[in-house]
Design a protein around this ligand. Structure first.
Ligand code: SF4
Length: 114
């Protein structure tokens, strides 16, 4: 895999045993090993999507989580946000759902909405 922690983009060779990282080579700093372990053992992503707006300037309001969540939770997140309808004006960064999915992250608006 390619480390994306900095623009250098080191090519990493990752030995995996029983679903766990046994050895990482090719990284030029410790961040590369940490990145490889995370990608193999618990991959996470910032979740980005849209929720429905009612009576606002746009019908779909862009949102994201304020921290990365496990990739395995993405489908659950998609299902959950289909139930959300926003009818009050928002500023970028406003929290739409605190402790989203019980994951200790917040779902926030990413733009101002009148
Ligand atoms: S291993 Fe270190 S130097 Fe290489 S891309 Fe990752 S962060 Fe950058």
């Amino acid at each position: 895999m390619t480390c994306i922690e900095c623009p250098k983009g080191c090519r990493l060779a990752v030995n995996i045993e029983n679903g766990r990282v046994a050895k990482v080579t090719g990284n030029e700093c410790p961040k590369g090993e940490k990145y490889a372990i995370g990608e193999v053992e618990n991959p996470t992503r910032i979740f980005t999507s849209t929720v429905l707006g009612q009576g606002l300037e746009l019908k779909m309001i862009p949102v994201r989580t304020d921290k990365a969540i496990a990739k395995s939770k993405i489908f659950e997140a998609m299902t959950q946000i289909k139930r959300i309808k926003i009818s009050k004006p928002l500023n970028a960064g406003d929290i739409i759902i605190r402790n989203f999915l019980g994951l200790d992250v917040n779902l926030i608006a990413t733009r101002k909405m009148e």
